[in-house]
Ligand binder design. Structure first.
Ligand code: NAD
Ligand code: TYD
Length: 334
């Protein structure tokens, strides 16, 4: 099967493209990515010569461009998005364009070419925050940041295309991911890379905010399962019930790196900061037989080790040098 993956040069998308091609020897993937600040071709450099993989640079909000690729494939797995809450607070413009309008463009193309599947990668943040208990798939959406609001908007569009046009679309809502190739603006890679450089570790507010952390390869396996076995029109929560307070995560990273707690710097809180995200993954576990395979502590250690051994990768990102990678591979500037 030939699949269009959007946002495959980002963190989860690049892990997924590699995982999916390894798991399915007859599958081929076109990876379409705009290469925003978060997209990095270096993440998939090992696949450049793979005949089952093709990278095409482009914007999912460009309907003619999307159309030209959609007609070549049988399914879309849609990761492309603006993803960082703090950036959405500074300016929501690109979030609305890419996350809402871009999803609409893809849905239209998928409908036109009667694709067999449209998997929309969403987030647990669309449910909003709750202090106790766990959100289920049928709970109302109550997003609070411009990021989560734009993702909720895209979720509603996706489900409308299933109900109105019968598009075989599925929505996944995953908790916070971590692992290799995560852009070092998100909590875990930011703390690891700052600690490695003995720089201050910014902890927002009181540091007692709670996130449910899932290793990225567990997420990839869940998406693969949903792609093949999930029921069109359904929503699937994906989470590891690995609730941790932010400060606990920071302490664990410092322990692994043997760095002092004095690096921690409590800073001003994020506006509208959601106290706790928590989802119930029972549906995917009982209906599709998925369960996380990686323990939080062990995979955090492996992730720290990955950033320790991939200094060039994240130093090039932090210095902005990675943007030159496109020119190196394709001979034209980004
Ligand atoms: P990321 O920011 O690392 O990557 C996003 C990718 O999308 C980048 O490669 C970027 O260049 C590309 N992109 C952005 N705008 C585009 C456009 N207009 N056209 C084409 N490509 C564009 O994000 P991520 O963390 O890998 O997240 C991937 C998806 O998973 C997102 O939809 C996100 O909402 C969802 N998600 C992420 C997490 C998490 O913890 N990271 C958790 C749950 C769900
Ligand atoms: P983040 O990785 O941005 O993911 P999200 O906000 O989408 O869950 O942040 C995870 C948690 O860590 C969140 O509660 C905000 C907090 N945080 C910090 O305390 N310091 C930081 O430097 C960052 C980036 C996040």
């Amino acid at each position: 099967m030939k699949i269009l993956v959007t946002g495959g040069a980002g963190f989860i998308g690049s892990n997924f493209v590699r995982y999916f091609l390894q798991q399915h020897p007859s599958a081929s993937i076109i990876n379409v990515d705009k290469l925003t600040y978060a997209g990095n071709l270096e993440n998939l450099i090992d696949l450049e010569a793979n005949p089952r993989y093709r990278f095409v640079r482009g914007d999912i909000t460009d309907a003619a461009f999307v159309d030209s690729l959609a007609q070549e494939v049988e399914a879309i797995i849609h990761f492309a998005a603006e993803t960082h809450v703090d950036r959405s607070i500074v300016s929501a413009d690109a979030f609305v364009r890419t996350n809402v309008y871009g999803t609409y463009v893809l849905l239209e193309a998928s409908r036109r070419y009667q694709h067999q599947r449209f998997v929309h990668i969403s987030t647990d943040e669309v449910y909003g925050s709750r202090l106790e208990g766990f959100f289920k798939e049928e709970d109302p959406l109550s997003p609070t940041s411009p990021y989560s609001a734009s993702k909720a908007g895209s979720d509603l569009l996706v489900s409308s295309y299933h109900k109105t046009y019968g598009l075989p679309a599925i929505i996944t809502r995953c908790s916070n991911n971590f692992g290799p190739y995560q852009f070092p603006e998100k909590l875990i890679p930011l703390i690891i890379t700052n600690a490695l450089e003995d720089k201050p570790l910014p902890v927002y507010g009181d540091g007692l905010y709670v996130r449910d952390w899932l290793y990225v390869l567990d997420h990839c396996e869940a998406i693969d399962r949903i792609f093949h076995l999930g029921k069109p029109g359904e929503v699937y929560n994906i989470g590891g019930q690995g609730d941790k307070k932010n400060i606990e995560v920071v302490h664990l990273i410092l322990e692994i790196l043997k760095k002092p707690k004095s690096l921690i710097q409590y800073v001003k809180d994020r506006p509208g900061h959601d106290r706790r995200y928590a989802i119930d993954p029972n549906k995917i576990e009982s209906e599709l037989g998925w369960k996380p395979a990686y323990s939080f502590e062990k995979s955090l250690e492996e992730t720290v080790h990955w950033y320790q051994t991939q200094m060039d990768w994240w130093k090039r990102i932090k210095s902005g040098e990675y943007l030159k990678m496109y020119e190196k591979i394709y001979g034209v500037p980004l």
